[in-house]
Design a protein around this ligand. Structure first.
Ligand code: PMP
Length: 392
């Protein structure tokens, strides 16, 4: 590994050269079963022919013009993303963090534009992850991500999901601007919030004039078997939502979606991006959206995930000294382990199975949504072998 790279990652010792479907191939041609999907990003698997075609076709025409010009692909993708959901408008950036950043700026600016300059506080929750920019690390408040980066930004309040009284009290404060929630906590260890919990927070926000932001960067775009995880429940729609990762099927993209009311403070010149919404990202984003939003894709994701949970609960019964809990929603699956999760990722690699780490000593299984039932069986067989050697 070259010393010229900033050393902020703990990289697996594999050099991947090519991918197809749920399989990755290294330089020696060894096949790896990919239950990471570029961290919940390659939802349609690697080298999906429709995405490859969309990207190459656009690459031959136009890559980038900036937002000084109209980009027809942006209008098309914004139309698809806001069709039949809570949102009226979309802003495109290049990543999840940028989508979150836009959401947080939009929420504060909304209250400011209504003359309510006191409403600046953003309530976030322990165990959540919103990205690595300053606002995102302060909103999530994970001590490991803010330490050493100077004073915490003012106006960010941290609560725990279990403290219902504190949540009600904080949302009712006249200084509260917004609440930011991951409907299924991803990096924190695949923890799904209940519909009742989301509904209570939604109702408290509505009653107090506070904006509700969902971060569906990881849980969105089909990952849980619905287009967005919050759509499993009635009456819990947000005012603003951050989306990224699978939205580009592996190509960098992020979007902040909002109701026109929540976005009403955002005017010409107050926000922007050079690359956001570029023609390449929009072409591949549109192709990915068409595939993921299909009922057949979502139904398949639900069906394989049920298969996964059945097999994983049998697996955990066979290895009670390795697996403490099986949890998550859809194909955002967490195994809370009794052995060290980083070491377990290594023994899974010995089986040519790639899994992602997660908080709370979890490993996450985030396979492409197109994983077949046979491949689910294969993944669980490999996990079985990994559990046996983790215990040995
Ligand atoms: N929000 C959530 C829920 C995420 O899982 C992530 C990435 N893991 C981000 C935001 C940040 O996305 P990005 O790395 O694209 O900035």
């Amino acid at each position: 590994m070259t010393d010229a790279l900033l050393n902020v990652y703990n990289r697996a010792p594999i050099t991947v050269e090519r991918g197809e479907g749920v399989w990755l191939y290294d330089r020696d041609g060894t096949a790896w079963l990919d239950c990471v999907s570029g961290i919940a990003t390659n939802a349609l698997g690697h080298a999906h022919p429709k995405l490859v075609a969309a990207l190459t076709e656009q690459a031959e025409k136009l890559w980038h013009v900036s937002n000084i010009f109209r980009v027809p692909g942006q209008e098309a993708l914004a139309g698809r993303l806001t069709d039949g959901c809570f949102a009226d408008v979309a802003f495109f950036g290049n990543s999840g963090s940028e989508a979150v950043e836009c959401a947080l700026k939009m929420a504060r600016r909304y209250h400011w534009s209504k003359g309510d300059e006191k409403r600046i506080d953003v309530i976030g929750f322990a165990g959540s992850f919103h990205g690595r920019t300053y606002a995102a690390i302060n909103a999530a408040g994970n001590p490991g991500y803010v330490e050493g980066f100077g004073p915490r930004l003012p106006g960010y309040v941290q609560l725990t999901v279990d403290d219902g009284d504190a949540i009600a009290e904080a949302i009712a404060r006249p200084t509260t601007a917004a609440v930011i929630i991951e409907p299924v906590q991803g990096e924190g260890g695949a923890r799904a919030l209940s519909g009742e919990w989301l509904k209570r927070v939604r109702d408290l926000c509505t009653a107090n004039g506070v904006l509700l932001i969902y971060d569906e960067v990881q849980s969105g775009m089909g990952r849980t078997g619905r287009l967005f995880a919050h759509q499993w429940f009635e009456g819990v729609e947000p005012d603003i939502m951050a989306v990224a990762k699978a939205l580009g099927g592996g190509f960098p993209i992020g979007a902040c979606l909002a109701t026109s009311e929540a976005a009403s403070g955002m005017k010409f010149g107050v926000h922007g991006s050079t690359f956001g919404g570029n023609p390449l990202a929009m072409a591949v984003g549109l192709a990915a959206f068409e595939e993921i939003a299909r009922t057949t894709t979502l139904a398949h994701a639900r069906s394989v995930s049920e298969d996964f949970y059945t097999r994983l609960s049998n697996l955990s019964a066979r290895h009670p000294d390795v697996i403490a809990d099986v949890r998550g929603k859809g194909l955002l699956i967490g195994l809370k382990l009794k052995v060290n999760n980083r070491e377990f990722m290594g023994v899974a690699r010995d089986q040519r199975l790639l899994v992602a780490g997660g908080g709370d000593n979890c490993v996450r299984l985030l396979p492409p949504l197109i994983i077949s039932h046979d491949e689910v069986e294969e993944a669980v067989n490999r996990l079985d072998a990994a559990c046996a050697s983790a215990r040995a």
